[in-house]
Design a binder for this molecule. Structure first.
Ligand code: BG6
Length: 483
């Protein structure tokens, strides 16, 4: 194993990241209500839905499968899974609370005790193994009732329901959870409002107006959560969560450089500016004007946003984006999931639209730290790939190890040396295979632990350590010195 010159600070939080809807299963147990993920079909149909208007949020089991219903059954197997995370040496485990386990419809006055008790058991189990929970409060799982009855985050009423929800979970888990994140990938909203904002745009013309209005409601809700969290749990650290994709100009044509800058400001900077600096940035005024966006605000919203700024920035990093102002018809639609065009210098993963770019992680860390000067936390990064179980039962996922090694090097060998303050790293699904969010497949695997479950419904759900399991265990043990 080659020694590296990597330097990670003492106490660096190594671990893995997940979301309730992608691993728990038990979608109707313990008094849980339905949420967004429960009505999203698996496979190609899902990706289409995410980007088109007019989804009716109805299930049709005659046409589709719904893998999130069973997911990997963490609900019943959490003890076995947490023991495996502990074996890898995890310091932290990122998970989300499914809002609809706590408030099945989302608008009740009283919470569901069975749901609260489930997370008590999970947090206790983590602490038993010395693992710190890092909890996402909202990770693409808005209660379905809030979507159908209220229209999701377009509706201001959700701020009130969210406040009730966070009050309950902060009070309940105040002695168990110190690290919190408010809204997962909040800035992904304008691309895919369905996921984060819980609505399907009325039409393509109204998409931006509705999305930015929904975002405003989430900014207010997040600020309320930060304020409440600090009051109820004085030692808590509460972060925002962004999807960060540095935007490169296709070439040195100033038109393209300018275009890349504009796109980056809207996608990468806007939400962070509001949540970290506590103000709408001045550049957004022109964008709103030119796109006929008019945000309805209530008195006191801007003050609240100013008072409820986050303690740190967490973000997911999977890819960069390459932009050109005038794209030819052949170039359109050949960029990454976050847009743009194909970058001729980068290879993509098994899933098109996910170009692999470890240097982009260093660029992201530097851009974020230069802009905000607050601690950063990489809470998602990883390679979704097809894995093969060999005849001897092993899974030799060297491609995953290669991917992670380069990304970890971009943090420890480079960005930290560049001066970035980095709290930790939680590889996505890094702990364990789960249901993919964008494609609803089991086949797109990220884990260090293989789960025997397949898209045709077959599989025992048995867990198995992959080669990457032992590799990551050593990375943690040596605090990143051996990659
Ligand atoms: C992030 C999400 O966008 O990417 C996760 O926060 C998701 O929920 C992850 O699973 C990887 O994406 P996918 O679509 O490959 O599962």
């Amino acid at each position: 194993m080659a020694k590296s010159n990597l330097s990670f600070p003492e106490g660096f939080l190594w671990g893995g990241a997940t979301a309730a809807n992608q691993l728990e299963g038990a979608y109707k147990e313990g008094g849980k209500g339905l949420n967004l993920a429960d009505v999203l079909p698996g496979g190609k149909a899902r990706l289409k839905l995410l980007s088109q208007a007019g989804f009716d949020f109805e299930m049709d089991t005659t046409k589709y499968s719904y893998p999130n219903h069973e997911a990997i059954d963490f609900y019943h197997r959490y003890k076995e899974d947490i023991a495996l995370f502990a074996e890898m040496g995890f310091k932290v485990f990122r998970l989300s609370i499914a809002w609809s386990r706590i408030f099945p419809n989302g608008d009740e006055l009283e919470p569901n005790e069975e749901g609260l008790a489930f997370y008590d058991r999970v947090f206790d189990e983590l602490h038993k193994h010395g693992i710190e929970p890092l909890v996402t409060i909202a990770h693409y799982e808005t209660p379905l009732h809030l979507i159908k009855e209220y229209g999701g985050w377009k509706n201001r009423k959700l701020v009130e329901f969210f406040e009730r929800y966070v009050k309950v979970i902060f009070n309940r888990y105040k002695n168990k959870v110190k690290y919190w994140l408010t809204f997962n990938e909040i800035n992904g909203a304008t691309h895919m409002p369905l996921f984060g904002l819980g609505f399907s745009p009325t039409s393509e013309e109204t998409r931006l107006q509705e999305s930015f209005q929904g975002l405003h409601h989430q900014f207010v809700a997040s600020a309320i959560a930060v304020k409440l969290g600090h009051e109820i749990i004085p030692e808590s650290q509460i972060g925002c969560m962004l999807i960060y994709a540095p935007v490169y100009a296709y070439d040195s044509n100033p038109e393209n450089v300018m275009y890349a800058q504009q796109e980056s400001r809207i996608f990468n900077n806007f939400c962070g500016d509001v949540q970290v600096r506590g103000e709408y940035p001045s550049f957004i005024n022109r964008y709103f004007r030119e796109n006929d966006i008019d945000i309805a605000m209530e008195d006191g919203d801007l003050e609240l946003i100013k008072e409820g700024t986050v303690d740190f920035i967490s973000f997911s990093y999977y890819m960069s984006r390459t932009e050109k102002k005038k794209k030819s018809p052949e170039e359109v639609g050949h960029g990454n999931l976050v847009g743009g065009i194909k970058n001729p210098f980068l290879e993509a993963s098994d899933w098109g639209g996910w170009e692999i770019d470890p240097i982009g992680l260093r660029i992201s860390l530097n851009e974020l730290y230069d802009r905000y000067q607050v601690p950063l936390f990489v809470v998602e990064n990883g390679l979704g790939a097809y894995d093969k179980v060999e005849e001897d039962g092993s899974v030799r996922d060297d491609y995953r190890i290669d991917y992670l090694r380069e990304h970890i090097r971009a943090m420890g060998g480079e960005a930290i040396d560049d001066g970035v303050e980095l709290m930790g790293y939680t590889a996505w699904g890094g702990c364990i295979d789960l249901v993919s969010a964008s494609s609803g497949e089991y086949a797109k695997r990220y884990g260090f632990i293989y789960v025997d479950k397949h898209d045709d419904g077959s599989g025992t759900l048995d867990r198995k350590r992959k080669k990457s399991f032992f590799w990551y265990q050593n990375v943690i043990e040596t605090n990143g010195e051996e990659l």
